[in-house]
Design a binder for this molecule. Structure first.
Ligand code: AMP
Length: 217
């Protein structure tokens, strides 16, 4: 925990309060996977904005897919608006399609989608999945399968906003009950229902251990 130079001034009596950043053990950088669309429940966007604000308040760097559209743009803007750092990682061909955000702390352009995911993995101490589409599913499952193979032990949090991930979590249960995965895979991710739970899980997460890729992948 440390104090910044920022101050909040409350009226009518002027009280000067230092803004306090609660730095989390083991977590200086978080990757957020989320939709390049907004979805049709306002709760998705509200939670994305709140998550970005809390990430910035905690002095954590955001790593994400670098786009300016949908929930991706909402999270990135919320971090930037609250004085945080954002690293976007986007492949060349998507830079124009997803309108790569030019105002980030840093935008890394990769040659392809696989390099993008490796880079995002490399730069991040943990992963949070907000609601999203096929890209979000792909990113979430890739990071989970690497964890299942013990390539890493970084925390993976599924943020189940307004029950968005109910069917996915049910599918994982079905995969286990039908004999295609061990019950223990339920221990490689955690399901949060709000941002407070996300950071409680991250705070309790053990220090990540991982073997460097690409040897293990
Ligand atoms: P979506 O959840 O489909 O809206 O996509 C969210 C993010 O995932 C965007 O940055 C997409 O570029 C990315 N994405 C889409 N398809 C894939 C894929 N097959 N592999 C990795 N990332 C993807």
């Amino acid at each position: 925990m440390f104090l910044t130079d920022d101050i909040n001034i409350c009226n009518p009596v002027t009280i000067v309060l230092p803004k306090v950043l609660f730095l989390m053990k083991n977590i200086s950088s978080l990757c957020v996977f989320c939709g390049s669309r907004f979805g049709n429940d306002p709760a998705y966007e509200e939670t994305a904005r709140e998550l970005g604000a809390v990430i910035a308040d905690k002095g954590i760097r955001l790593v994400y897919g670098g786009g300016s559209i949908g929930l991706m743009g909402v999270v990135a803007n919320a971090v930037m608006e609250n004085g945080g750092e954002v690293i976007g990682v986007i492949p060349q061909f998507l830079d124009e399609m997803e309108i790569g955000k030019p105002d980030l702390t840093k935008l890394i352009i990769t040659n392809n989608m696989h390099d993008r995911k490796h880079k995002m993995f490399d730069l991040s101490d943990g992963f949070i999945s907000l609601p999203g589409g096929l890209g979000t599913l792909d990113e979430t499952f890739e990071i989970l399968t690497w964890k299942q193979l013990q390539v890493h032990t970084k925390p993976v949090i599924i943020l189940d906003v307004a029950g968005y991930w109910t069917e996915l979590l049910g599918l994982i249960d079905s995969v286990i009950s039908k004999g295609f995965a061990d019950q223990r895979i339920k221990g490689i991710y955690q399901v949060a229902h709000n941002t407070t739970e996300v950071f409680a899980f991250l705070d309790a997460a053990p220090e990540p251990q991982f073997k460097p890729y690409p040897d293990n992948l």
